[in-house]
Design a binder for this molecule. Sequence first.
Ligand code: SDX
Length: 431
Amino acid sequence: MAETPKTASLTIDGKTFELPVLTPTLGPDVIDIRKLYAQANVFTYDPGFTSTAACDSAITYIDGDAGILLHRGYPIDQLAEKSHFLEVCFLLLYGELPTADQIEDFEYRVTNHTMIHEQMHNFFRGFRRDAHPMATMVGVVGAMSAFYHDSTDIADPWQREVASIRLVAKMPTIAAMAYKYSIGQPFVYPRNDLDYASNFLRMCFSVPAEEYVVNPILSRAMDRIFTLHADHEQNASTSTVRLASSSGANPFACIAAGIACLWGPAHGGANQACLEMLREIGSVDRIPEFIDRAKDKNDPFRLMGFGHRVYKNFDPRAKVMKQSADEVLELLGIENNPTLQVAKELEKRALEDPYFVEKKLYPNVDFYSGIILDAMGFPTSMFTPIFALARTVGWISQWKEQISDPQLKIGRPRQLYQGVTQRDYIDVENR
Ligand code: SDX
């Protein structure tokens, strides 16, 4: 016998409305309020989207209480240990782990799209050398709309595919060029004989004056950092990309919008802010002072790299990142790095403090990533560009999923109006 559809009853001014309840594969049920305004002439109010599902998706699932993160059903710790970034890109984009032939073809296509149009080099020269690389990336990625016209028609599946490959392939080149420009060194072209992470490290750190040999420890750690940042459900920057794409904007403009949103210190900018905070703390004996400040309601200071809207348990990415930090710094012979010692002691004391325990504040993906990136030789200003580079595949996967939804509607939230009621114009001589 067919199951009776679940409903939720909402009673307003004595009138009851039955709202359909949608059942997910995983996670909480969802009350479908799409017809609520038409039926009951009311809006729902959720400015931070703390209880709102803005879309349906099959890409990433997070269980914040259990500290679980799945990409197309595969746990992030398994992917970080057993897979590699371009294979994770394939999984996010196409829904399944690739066969050997599929990954070979995919890696060939990405590798052969890593160069950017030569004329785009001029864009970098329009920026001040001391511009933040994220500012440069927003500008240059947005400008891709002015060069790659043959992959901006979102109605054409083939153009959507080409734009996806171009963005995954060219982001490392653009990020590396933003870095080189900021330090006054010449741009380094990608090499097709290097893997994705090694190519990025070489484009960032090699100079024409000498040969550059990629350190396999660093390229493996770099690849793992890319994997840990690849996608994360409907976070702020992904939601920005989805909202921009709902108007039919081209993929390059949508990704530029995502980069702009990610830059904020409450989001992807936290990795830079976290390392700067750890350096400001400087030594373990100053930790109590900063923990007290983080708990002080009158002090805007927050522990950067701590807390999360969804995780009320350990961020599984932070666990892998912490292990990777230990490995990389030990292999580099800098396991006694003072910043790492401060980070570990700060984590230990915060997790023992009732304030953080009660508010369920744990280290997030940004808490340890900066320590590894710093050990690799990146300046803090490159931390968020690296996050953006890795998250591009997540943004594009979510963009493709939304664009191919036949029920796609333009996103247009309403509001709780708190302004003045209607009044007539007053001539200036009467004001
Ligand atoms: C990312 O959404 C994603 O998935 C994002 C991300 C991704 O992969 O896309 O995971 C990447 O953005 C990770 C988060 C990086 N940001 C930071 O590390 C910045 C520091 N963290 C916070 O600003 C905060 O925790 C947020 C922004 C991450 C989450 O904020 P919420 O969910 O809106 O929670 P909140 O601000 O309402 O905080 C709840 C309480 C508050 O206290 P009360 O008002 O209830 O008394 O916890 C407190 C906050 O003051 N709190 C903190 C804190 N984070 C929250 N207090 C001290 N230090 C902190 N870090």
